[in-house]
Design a protein around this ligand. Structure first.
Ligand code: FAD
Length: 468
């Protein structure tokens, strides 16, 4: 060992879960060390996930909006696409945020050790950097925040450079003429939205009977009305059965209800079929930490693993694999280590597809309420009756709220432009235990899209008299 350090808390992984845990631990007066194999903090989210995808989706949205304004009397010239500049813009956004994190770590005196970490025991972690130098970290407590990676499919030649995972898609290697998104979940659809705006002809194949499978059918119906123009062919109840990398193109053979009868040629294929936890590669067994066959680490409500002084947070402990979940779990783990009797017990972990339009939900979906045998009622406010939605051509959007038998809000969903931003109010209302009257009596500004939440509650109460 070339170096040895001792700390109260070591955090394995510098993503949103890891840095949030380390910063909270430091703020509570504990020594904290972050171990990260890459040169920057921020993990998947800041480097190759949430942030770069949103930087590109922001550009895509402007391009799409510009196209659709001709009918309203304004015509823009055809956009000129400079991939180098777009890439530079994306890198600048990432750099600003990861640079900020590194400053925040310094301010808190949270040490960052770069290299790959592996447990030696339940008190020691070995870190090996790119040059092979080793650091032994003696710790009192550890927080495992090692995240997840894209799932690879056994029948797909992933080593071909025209076959992408989300990280490769974010590199903007080239704009394919024809592209396939394999998997109709949020990550695939977001990247498909970007490439469609950049001029690619994009197909989507999804094994189940709808895109974004957790969403309710009525919400999906509104979403499909708007999203389908972005894609050339959406093949539901269909799977890619064979993917062959040939010289001229990637040849994909489909099977299922909407399978084309011949293989289809694509210039690029994005495989977006989900993410697998990184639990198998951490030497967790040396510390006695149980890892499931799929690589997840099980924890209790205080984020403690089966080993008393070792905690785990973020993607590695399970669904939903979202940055905001990881951040809150990180805080709780650090607080518990600092002696606080805290639990991770949210009513709501919001989910948002930042496509165009956006689709967002928080709390229970109708599907979940049914499966749990909960007595519920639904109230829907269609955006065709919203003055603001009409003014901005978003009349296919909708706001849906779910109430329990005590009229308390238990879930909600929104579809349309900025749907993700509207979701904040629904999330807060559920956490605060609001009932329909609380929401209906809250004065919402007019004309706004979030007014649709108050109006949906009025629909539920039967108190709606006039529509804006
Ligand atoms: P990660 O962010 O995965 O960080 C884990 C870190 O641990 C990594 O930096 C990794 O290098 C490091 N690590 C792993 N093993 C070791 C080791 N042995 N030694 C040292 N370091 C190690 N979520 C949202 O909430 N909103 C979004 O809009 C969103 N968009 C996304 C878009 C894309 C394209 C992708 C791929 C994901 C997106 N996500 C989004 C998901 C989000 O990125 C993850 O949920 C989040 O990053 C999980 O945080 P984490 O801290 O658990 O792990």
């Amino acid at each position: 060992m070339s170096k040895e350090i001792t700390t109260q808390v070591v955090v394995l992984g510098g993503g949103p879960g890891g840095y949030s845990a380390a910063f909270r631990a430091a703020d509570l007066g504990l020594d904290a060390v972050i171990v990260e194999r890459y040169n920057t903090l921020g993990g998947v989210c800041l480097n190759v996930g949430c942030i770069p995808s949103k930087a590109l989706l922001h550009l895509a949205k402007h391009m799409e909006d510009a196209k659709h304004m001709a009918a309203e009397g304004i015509t823009f010239a055809e956009p000129k696409i400079d991939l180098d500049k777009i890439r530079a813009h994306k890198e600048k956004v990432i750099g600003q945020l990861t640079g900020g994190l590194s400053q925040m770590a310094k301010m808190r005196k949270a040490q960052v050790v770069n290299g790959t970490g592996e447990f030696v025991s339940d008190k020691q972690l070995k870190v090996t950097d790119a040059e092979g130098n080793e650091t032994l970290i003696n710790f009192e407590h550890a927080i495992i925040a090692a995240g997840s990676q894209s799932i690879k499919l056994p029948f797909v030649p992933h080593d071909d450079e025209r076959i992408w995972d989300s990280t490769a898609a974010l590199e903007l290697r080239f704009i394919p003429k024809r592209m396939l998104i394999l998997g109709g979940g949020i990550i695939g659809l977001e990247m498909g939205t970007v490439y469609s705006a950049l001029g690619a002809q994009v197909d989507v194949v999804e094994m189940t009977d709808q895109l974004i499978p957790p969403a309710d059918k009525d919400v999906m119906k509104a979403y499909m009305k708007m999203i389908k123009s972005k894609f050339d062919n959406i093949m539901l109840n269909t799977k890619a059965a064979k993917v062959e990398a040939k010289k001229d193109a990637i040849h994909v053979t489909f099977e299922g209800d909407n399978a084309p009868d011949k293989p289809v040629k694509y210039d690029a294929v994005l495989v977006a079929v989900g993410r697998a936890p990184n639990g198998a590669k951490l030497g967790a067994e040396n510390a006695g930490v149980k890892v499931t066959e799929r690589g997840f680490i099980e924890v209790d409500k205080q984020l403690r693993t089966n080993v008393n002084n070792i905690f785990a947070i973020g993607d590695i402990i399970g669904q939903p694999m979202l940055a905001h979940k990881a951040v809150h779990e990180g805080h709780v783990a650090a607080e518990v280590i600092a002696g606080k009797k805290h639990f991770f017990d949210p009513k709501v972990i919001p989910s948002i597809a930042y496509t165009d339009p956006e689709l967002a939900w928080a709390g229970l979906t109708e599907k979940e309420a049914k499966a749990q045998g909960i007595d519920y009622e639904v109230a829907v406010f269609p955006w065709s009756a919203s003055g603001r939605a009409i003014a901005q051509g978003a009349t296919d959007g909708m706001t849906k709220l779910l109430f329990d038998k005590h009229n308390r809000i238990i879930g909600g969903a929104t579809v349309g432009p900025n749907a993700g931003e509207l979701l904040g109010e629904i999330g807060l209302a559920i956490e605060m235990g609001c009932d329909a009257e609380d929401i209906a009596l809250t004065v919402h500004a007019h004309p706004t899209l979030h007014e649709s939440i108050g109006l949906a509650a009025e629909v539920f109460e039967g108190s709606i008299t006039d529509l804006p």
